[in-house]
Design a protein around this ligand. Structure first.
Ligand code: DLL
Length: 428
């Protein structure tokens, strides 16, 4: 895996059979490791009648049971760890908007792999040693800040660890320190665009040339909006704490065609979300990951709930790509029998002239029927046109009737990290 695609590239370029061999060896080792050290996996494998020795090629992985977020919750805090606690150098916890948080852990080796895949991701994003990188992902239990931080340091960048929030100060830092790169959630970048304007600075005149955005779904419409507002290249970084954090997959700045998955460390599968059955390459479904190199807390067939599909690699042909995540199995809204994703509403809002990109989806019950209201900002003069435009597009493209409430610019709450788009006030 030391061979590089071009003499200067950080992205490995193994031959297909070389990669499969490495994946299989790492998979077998990981299965044995969890079976030997995590009672949860041992019991689950035994109950399913499978043993690590049954994994003789990569396809055999499908015989093993999947792991869910509930399994992680039930084993909180240390039950999923596969090494003694004193070998765990760091823990992170997932956002856990509802209920019990989930804890993840890293050995020293895991932290090193994480920095490496994140450095690789930044390379694919067009970032180079010596570039200044402004990190506005939150630092703390969330993996965004520290994950991005150590990757950028590993690559040899100058890191500005701003964390999230205090937008006026972020504008000041960016203006003074002139970073070329920003790493932040797309929704918080929009809040920063407003903060630039409040400070009387055109965001397009900032030093930022590359934005590495992730931690929440964002659409092609949002990419266009961001690139236009800031005059930068916007690329997608994907990851989740259970697997490692940011840096599981990264979109190339050259092609912007969905993240390439760093498959030498994270093995992807797509399954039918309802049946759990493995789907062929190209089919849409739920993304699963199996750790290939993690030691402290490997996951086996972890159900991400993210909806995507696997596609062949392009600029990095050794690795498969995932289609940009359009939504999650658990943020799908069923409105009078029609499935609606927040990303569909995002596309509609961004395509509507006069509407600001700040919007919220509010679900209520009226006369025992579910109702979806899009709350969106627009100046008074375009109120009627925006309301009409959004409801007409929703009818045309999704086939649903939505209510639109146009509010004054600046009145919706701004994100400082991951945005909660949907407010569910439905009865029952
Ligand atoms: O959000 C890790 C991360 C930080 C990724 C910074 C990228 C940048 P969690 O808090 O565990 O970890 O949340 C993981 O966020 O399952 C997806 O639903 C969503 N997500 C992450 N990246 C993307 C993306 C971090 N690029 C969950 N597009 C995941 C869409 C994303 N959704």
């Amino acid at each position: 895996m030391q061979r590089l695609i071009r003499s200067e590239s950080l992205i490995p370029a193994p031959r297909p059979e070389e990669l499969r061999e490495l994946q299989l060896e790492r998979l077998q080792r990981t299965l044995r490791h969890v079976y030997g050290h995590v009672p949860f996996y041992r019991e689950k494998f035994d109950a399913a009648g499978v043993h690590p020795d049954d994994c003789r090629d990569l396809e055999d992985l499908a015989k093993f049971p999947t792991t869910s977020k509930d399994d992680l919750r039930a084993n909180y805090p240390y039950g999923m760890f596969a090494v003694p606690r004193n070998l765990v150098r760091r823990v992170h916890a997932s956002s856990g908007t509802t209920g019990q948080p989930t804890l993840v852990g890293y050995t020293e080796g895991d932290l090193s792999v994480w920095a490496e895949v994140m450095a690789r991701s930044l390379w694919a994003a067009g970032v180079r040693p010596g570039d200044a990188v402004h990190i506005a992902y939150g630092y703390g239990l969330f993996t965004g800040g520290l994950g991005a931080h150590y990757g950028a340091e590993r690559l040899g960048c100058t890191v500005i660890p701003a964390s999230g929030g205090m937008s006026a100060r972020q504008v000041r830092l960016i203006t003074d320190l002139q970073p070329k790169v920003i790493m932040v959630t797309p929704s918080y970048l929009l809040a920063l665009a407003d903060a630039f304007e409040t400070a009387g600075i055109d965001p397009r005149s900032s030093s930022l040339k590359i934005g590495v955005f992730g931690a929440e779904p964002w659409t092609e419409g949002m990419r266009a909006e961001i690139e236009d507002r800031f005059a930068l290249d916007a690329v997608d970084v994907y990851g989740l704490s259970e697997v490692i954090g940011p840096g599981v997959a990264q979109e190339s700045i050259e092609t912007k065609d969905g993240p390439h998955i760093w498959e030498d460390h994270f093995y992807p599968e797509i399954v039918d979300p309802a049946t759990g059955g493995v789907l062929p390459q190209g089919d849409h479904g739920e993304l699963l990951f199996t750790s290939l190199s993690k030691t402290a807390m490997p996951v086996i067939r972890y159900r991400t709930r993210d909806l995507s599909r696997l596609l062949p690699g392009t600029v990095y042909p050794a690795f498969r790509r995932m289609e940009k995540v359009s939504g999650r199995t658990d943020d799908m809204i069923i409105l009078r029998g029609v499935n609606v994703f927040p990303s569909q509403i995002e596309e509609i809002v961004l395509a509507t002239a006069g509407a600001s990109p700040h919007f919220r989806i509010v679900l209520t019950t009226a006369d025992r029927l579910d109702q979806l209201t899009v709350e969106v900002e627009a100046p008074p003069q375009s109120r009627a046109r925006v309301a009409q435009g959004i409801s007409a597009r929703a009818k045309q493209t999704i086939g649903i009737r939505v209510a639109v409430e146009v509010v004054a610019p600046g009145s919706l709450e701004r994100s400082e990290g991951k945005l909660r788009r949907v407010v569910d006030r439905r009865e029952g």
